[in-house]
Design a protein. Structure first.
Length: 340
């Protein structure tokens, strides 16, 4: 999977297109000369593909945030002719639009000349993503939660069990009971900026309830918000995307998960203002002496009228339950816990 060089969009912006003009540049010349990036006077991003005599046109107006049409174009430095025009209408989708461009470029280079089939296939794959683009910023608590899940995914899980197993097991954005779920193992992930230690907020009675089969682990991430720290939510997501570039199907699943979690790159400037220094991380076994409340904590069942139970746990007295204090020390999950 190739990603569009973001300098392309910056260079096009300096051209300052006016009226109905499009300013265009080849964005993947090392992969395919056919795909062109363009910018219009409204700042919308386009991908253009020059069609041949035997290429059929294609139109898509059903995908929210993105459209495809076929039209005749005249552009400086490029051949006049009939082009397929893929237009991004939503700034929140710019990151995904770059990924779409890379996927189309690769397919143009490797899968022959059927432009209509290539574009329709790629757009169909990403249609669900465009339908769930978030329209508001994540709260501070949500940012910490998402950062913690992606940190665990990127630093701990992918290096240990590989991209396929790791991405398919990430269930937090889907609002599953636990943030990571596989046959035989579930892991709940929590982040905190508390200066008192591993103090974590637990929401509801299900988060620390054992899965029906297998084990439950708990990952604790402690952070400090510091202006000079290296980590932010956008930088961590960018690094994770780079690691997934050679696995485009799982990169697509990652992007869909981000959208489900409510993350939009449109707010990256704001998200980048909050930077984190990782202070401490540890993976725990959740056993009977792990501090938790679940349905079994109530001898006569949950009292009538109780709608919601939120509480805090302090893991200061749970050192004996730690499995690993860093990613290198984490046991082989496929050997010790996961059922295949």
């Amino acid at each position: 999977m190739s990603r569009n060089d973001k300098n392309v969009w910056a260079l096009l912006k300096t051209e300052k297109p006016t009226g109905q003009n499009l300013w265009a540049r080849r964005c993947y010349p090392d992969i395919s000369e056919r795909l062109i990036a363009a910018l219009d006077s409204e700042g919308r991003r386009h991908y253009l593909i020059l069609l041949g005599e035997n290429d059929s046109g294609f139109k898509d107006t059903q995908t929210r945030g993105i459209s495809v049409e076929t039209r005749d174009l005249m552009m400086p430095r490029h051949a006049d002719g009939r082009y397929m025009d893929i237009i991004c209408h939503d700034t929140a989708g710019h990151e995904a639009f770059d990924l779409i461009g890379g996927e189309i470029a690769n397919k143009l280079a490797t899968e022959g000349e059927n432009v209509c089939e290539i574009v329709s296939c790629v757009i169909a794959k990403w249609r669900r993503f465009w339908g769930q683009l978030p329209k508001q910023m994540l709260s501070r608590e949500q940012q910490i939660g998402l950062f913690s899940e992606i940190w665990f995914l990127y630093v701990w899980v992918i290096p240990k069990i590989g991209v396929e197993y790791a991405i398919s097991g990430w269930r937090g954005p889907a609002k599953s009971r636990h943030d990571f779920e596989w046959p035989g193992l579930s892991i709940e992930v929590k982040g905190t900026t508390s200066i008192r230690g591993r103090i974590h907020s637990i929401h509801g009675l299900e988060q620390l309830t054992y899965p029906e089969t297998g084990r439950l682990l708990f990952f604790s991430l402690r952070m400090r918000e510091e202006a000079g720290a290296n980590n932010s939510l956008p930088t961590l997501i960018s690094e994770c995307r780079k690691r997934l570039e050679k696995a485009p199907d799982y990169l697509s699943l990652f992007e869909h998960a981000l959208a489900k979690a409510g993350y939009s790159a449109a707010y990256n400037d704001e998200y980048s203002l909050i930077r984190y220094r990782v202070v401490d991380e540890a993976l725990f076994r959740v056993e009977e002496n792990f501090p938790k409340i679940d349905k079994n904590s109530f001898y006569k069942g949950i009292p009538p009228g109780i709608e919601k139970v939120d509480y805090e746990i302090n893991l200061i007295s749970s050192e004996n339950l730690i499995i690993a204090k860093n990613a290198a020390a984490m046991p082989d999950l496929t050997k010790h816990f996961l059922k295949t």
